[in-house]
Design a protein around this ligand. Structure first.
Ligand SMILES: [Zn+2]
Length: 103
């Protein structure tokens, strides 16, 4: 009786809200809610989560879709970082379903 959409969503696990992974996910969702997309990892460093890349990997293992790419073309943000810092974008589950359908 369950639709494919429900089945797809059941495979995604939610991290504990108080965990570092939960805080990262909340931050990535928050920027999507206000119409943004990419979030520089410097945000996570400021939240005292230096292991953000492992936490993002944890979130992906839980079924969340999070894109990443180097943050180097956002000069107007005036980021105080040099070298390779990643930025991340959360992909909401509805898009995830469409993407997995199309492949
Ligand atoms: Zn940056």
């Amino acid at each position: 009786m369950s639709s494919p959409t429900l089945f797809e969503q059941q495979r995604v696990q939610e991290p504990s809200k108080d965990s570092q992974a939960g805080k990262i996910l909340e931050e990535l969702r928050a920027i999507r809610r206000v119409g943004g997309d990419w979030l520089c990892a410097i945000t996570f460093q400021k939240m005292f989560i230096p292991t953000y890349s492992q936490r993002v990997r944890d979130l992906r293992r839980m079924g969340h879709t999070i894109h990443s790419r180097p943050c180097n073309d956002h000069e107007w943000w005036d980021h105080q970082h040099s070298g390779q810092v990643a930025m991340y974008m959360y992909e909401p589950p509805s898009n995830l379903f469409v993407m997995s359908e199309s492949k």
